[in-house]
Design a protein around this ligand. Structure first.
Ligand SMILES: NC(=O)c1ccc[n+]([C@@H]2O[C@H](COP(=O)([O-])OP(=O)(O)OC[C@H]3O[C@@H](n4cnc5c(N)ncnc54)[C@H](OP(=O)(O)O)[C@@H]3O)[C@@H](O)[C@H]2O)c1
Length: 291
């Protein structure tokens, strides 16, 4: 007798038009095929509207929600507080509560900006968050992750300094004679492709809880931009500056390096690799696009 194999329900990616969201969709399609993913943006599913979320889940059977929707303008959040709160706190709360009532787990993303950056050692998931002041974006991200983690079936992955095809910070260097990167902010530039691949693995493992995504090494922004100039053989003159040299509306943590021990143990891997290897590969792909 032929037994038909039931297709698992697709994974829903909210905020799928964003930098991380678009790579998540691409990676899920690669591992599960086009039918494996359902993607929405703010027009097709506004996560701040609870009834929209409820109606969407009533109509569409899904097996997971991966929430890549967020308010990500770190300085803008100081002025647009209400909007930042709605998208970064109310949105994840809606998703977590409604998905919870359907028995669907949620994966959500947070940031190293939940830490004030004063501990000079890699930050672990056990370290107490305390967003820098002022940094309303960090405050809303902390409240949002707490909403999602109210349900122990959910997972929050803290990431930092993202770059990807949709948005990157490097190609503008090619037209600059001089550039002034920060020399006193530490972390690692993180490719959205790498985060997306990790998310696919975490879903396969049905992982839950709070994790930091981090490579094995870290750098200052000044070192990252020096690396980019070397890779692309640019003659751009780098003039490193200190955070105190410029008055941005939101304060960034100085030391935002995150520890990856918990994530490695979960994945059963020995290394997350080096940020340099990933950035080198990414720079090669976008360099081809320029030519
Ligand atoms: N970028 C970074 O360096 C960085 C660092 C640390 C953590 N993170 C976190 O990583 C995640 C992804 O960030 P990202 O940089 O990929 O974000 P992004 O490119 O700014 O994309 C965010 C997406 O959210 C969507 N969105 C906004 N309001 C929405 C709403 N009410 N309902 C549904 N969708 C909505 C936007 O869609 P529309 O365009 O349709 O409005 C946009 O496509 C976020 O949680 C962010 O906090 C990012």
């Amino acid at each position: 007798m032929l037994v038909s194999k039931k297709q698992p329900f697709p994974l829903l990616v909210t905020g799928a038009s964003g930098m991380l969201g678009s790579d998540l969709v691409e990676e899920i399609v690669m591992s599960r095929g086009r039918q494996g993913v359902l993607s929405t943006d703010s027009k097709t599913l506004d996560i701040t509207h609870r009834t929209q979320v409820e109606n969407f889940l009533h109509k569409n059977p899904i097996s997971y929600i991966i929430n890549a929707a967020a308010y990500t303008d770190v300085d803008g959040a100081e002025k647009e507080r209400e909007k930042a709160y709605l998208i970064n706190v109310v949105g994840p709360k809606n998703l977590a509560e409604v998905a919870g009532s359907f028995g669907i787990p949620v994966i959500h993303f947070s940031t190293d900006y939940v830490f004030d950056g004063t501990l000079n050692r890699p930050l672990t998931e056990e370290d107490e968050p305390n967003p820098p002041k002022p940094n309303y974006y960090g405050e809303t991200k902390l409240l949002g992750e707490r909403e999602v983690l109210q349900n122990p079936a959910n997972l929050v992955l803290r990431v930092q300094w993202l770059y990807g095809k949709r948005r990157e910070r490097f190609s503008s260097l090619r037209n600059k004679e001089k550039f002034t990167p920060f020399e006193d902010q530490w972390g690692a530039p993180t490719w959205t492709r790498d985060v997306s691949r990790t998310v696919v693995k975490l879903i396969e493992q049905k992982a839950k809880g709070l994790f930091h995504f981090a490579y094995d090494d870290f750098a200052s922004w000044a070192e990252v931009f020096a690396f980019v100039c070397d890779e692309w053989h640019l003659s751009t003159q780098l003039l490193p500056k200190k955070s105190s040299d410029i008055n941005l509306p939101a304060r960034r943590p100085s030391y935002g390096v995150m520890a990856n021990r918990k994530l490695l143990a979960q994945l059963g891997e020995k290394t997350m690799g080096s940020w340099q290897t990933s950035l080198r590969e990414f720079l090669k792909t976008i360099y081809c696009d320029f030519k």
